[in-house]
Design a protein around this ligand. Structure first.
Ligand SMILES: NC(=O)c1ccc[n+]([C@@H]2O[C@H](COP(=O)([O-])OP(=O)(O)OC[C@H]3O[C@@H](n4cnc5c(N)ncnc54)[C@H](OP(=O)(O)O)[C@@H]3O)[C@@H](O)[C@H]2O)c1
Length: 317
């Protein structure tokens, strides 16, 4: 599923809150590719923690749809910065949703797998009871509830472990450490689904089209889980990144598995935050590719194309 295949949707401006984040940058690409009119504002132009700024922007632009790609995403820092995290993830999200509702616009809002405590052995469905372990998770959960109350036409997308060629993320950190060190130690007892910001952005544009075309998809609003297909641990993810780097001729480190308890960090993380994505597949037909294929595409951009010349020699090409 690529957003480009859906073609143009006329009529009306899409307002994106957040401009420089991983998802926001990929959204800009996907929205441009489909010919949508959109404006994406960074914090300097549209601080979602500022009620007047949000109301002014939404009232004057009268968007047909608002997408919230802005968030306080520093999971560990948030433990000592609850006020700021809540102002953005909960109250800022509510402000945008309410302002959108006042101009009769739906909102697409992003949330996280970290709303769950991760103690379940199976993947989480949307109706499973959340129980966040961290300040980040609890402010995102409050944001979900406030958005849903403020605007009945909401699509809340819970996603996970986002990576892309932009900003800060696990893939870029691993490539840097792989170039600097012989060995790295990565936790092997937290499981989740690495998710490409590009695939997520394509899906958001697909959902935008569905909502704007008013296809009357039954149950089109609500909360949905969306990640790339498959799951792994941070250790498994790191190994795949190092393998991909090696294949492309870049330096890579050996990856040793460790336990969460061996790597003290401020915020607690769920041991299993895999999300069941059946609902978005049944409702909208959206199924993202495997995280491994998505990772290869990201590595092609960050490191270069793989070198298969050795394998070609083996088969006599
Ligand atoms: N990253 C992940 O692994 C992950 C996993 C699950 C869910 N999510 C969710 O997915 C969404 C997108 O994540 P992402 O990875 O794209 O995040 P990101 O790269 O950290 O981008 C977030 C953006 O929000 C902006 N922002 C922060 N506070 C703002 C404010 N008050 N007003 C306007 N903009 C503000 C930031 O701007 P500055 O650069 O100025 O700070 C940044 O550009 C978020 O809702 C996040 O909670 C992310």
């Amino acid at each position: 599923m690529r957003a480009e295949k859906r073609g143009l949707v006329d009529g009306g401006l899409i307002l994106v809150a957040g401009r420089n984040g991983q998802v926001a940058l990929e959204l800009a690409r996907a929205l441009r590719a489909t010919g949508h009119q959109y404006l994406a504002f960074g914090r300097e132009k549209l601080d979602i923690a500022d009620t007047d700024a949000v109301n002014r922007a939404v009232q004057s632009l009268k968007p047909v749809l608002v997408i919230n790609a802005a968030a306080y995403t520093a999971v560990d820092k948030a433990e000592n910065d609850k006020h700021a995290a809540r102002a953005i993830n909960a109250l800022g999200a509510e402000r945008l949703a309410a302002a959108a509702h006042r101009v009769s616009a739906p909102i697409i809002h992003l949330s996280t797998d970290y709303v769950f405590d991760g103690n379940q052995s199976t993947s989480y469905v949307e109706s499973d009871p959340p129980n966040p372990l961290s300040v980040y998770g609890s402010t995102k959960l409050e944001g979900e509830r406030l958005v849903a109350n403020a605007n009945p036409r909401h699509i809340i997308l819970r996603t996970a472990w986002i990576f892309s060629p932009h900003g800060q993320n696990f893939v870029k950190t691993m490539l840097r450490l792989g170039a600097e060190r012989e060995e790295i130690r990565i936790v092997a007892d937290q499981r989740g689904a690495p998710t490409s910001a590009a695939d997520l952005a394509d899906a958001i544009v697909y959902l935008s089209n569905a909502v704007l075309e008013d296809k009357k998809v039954p149950e089109q609003f609500g909360t949905f889980h969306i990640t790339n297909d498959g799951n792994t641990t941070w250790h498994g993810f790191a190994c795949a990144i190092m393998d991909g780097a090696r294949l492309r001729g870049a330096r890579a480190a050996r990856v040793e598995p460790i336990a969460t308890a061996d790597f003290p960090i401020r915020a607690r993380r769920p041991p299993n935050s895999t999300l069941n994505t059946t609902k978005i597949s049944r409702t909208y037909g959206i199924e993202l590719q495997s995280w491994r294929s998505a990772l290869e595409i990201c590595l092609d951009t960050l490191v270069g194309l793989p070198d298969f010349s050795d394998r070609m020699k083996v088969v006599g090409v």
